[in-house]
Design a protein around this ligand. Structure first.
Ligand code: 5GP
Length: 173
């Protein structure tokens, strides 16, 4: 409960009917922040990881310290138009409309073993697109790690059905 109890829920944000799981209350807490990073990193200590990839923007906050802890590099996966060098991108569906994420073409080398990190998995659409980008570049997605899983929405099963390994520190209904 070190982690879940520190996550705040904001009702009707950003839209009516949405229960937003707010990790800023976890991040501002010294024990909560350390537990989050260490819990994710310790799972990977026995396996070889070459890079951590984090999804904009909360995936950066979690992913970069995990990479530091594991002694590997960090790769940002960003929203459309944010990365300065040559990119490869992928569109994915949102509840209303679509979005695009991008990665630098030189960010992943063929054969890199990559840990994918984001704060939360809901439909799994964002993580699925990010994993596909990494795989297209010849990387192997060793695991997709999240602070929060919303199992009722089905993102975990969606990723697992594609052969991806999924881990989350806690679940909310
Ligand atoms: P998905 O693509 O799995 O449907 O949505 C996951 C993405 O939406 C993540 O990048 C995550 O940051 C964001 N997201 C959606 N709902 C929430 C929420 O309630 N709390 C937080 N912290 N992020 C959310």
């Amino acid at each position: 409960m070190q982690i879940k109890s520190r996550i705040r829920t904001i009702a009707h944000y950003p839209h009516e009917g949405i229960m937003f799981r707010d990790i800023t209350t976890l991040l501002k807490d010294a024990i909560g922040l350390r537990a989050t990073i260490q819990e994710i990193a310790k799972r990977q200590k026995e396996v070889q990881i070459d890079k951590v990839a984090g999804i904009e923007s909360r995936g950066f906050i979690i992913g970069a310290p995990v990479a530091y802890e594991l002694g590997v590099g960090f790769v940002p996966i960003r929203k459309k138009g944010k990365l300065p060098a040559e990119t490869r991108g992928r569109d994915y569906q949102l509840e209303y409309g679509s979005d695009r994420i991008e990665i630098h073409v030189d960010a992943i080398q063929k054969g890199d073993r990559v840990l994918l990190v984001d704060d939360l998995i809901a439909t799994g659409g964002t993580a699925e697109a990010a994993a596909a980008l990494i795989q297209e570049m010849g990387g192997e997605v060793v695991e997709c790690c999240f602070v929060i899983d919303l199992p009722d929405i089905g993102g975990r099963s969606r990723l697992e059905n594609q052969g991806l390994k999924v881990f989350a520190l806690c679940e909310f209904e």
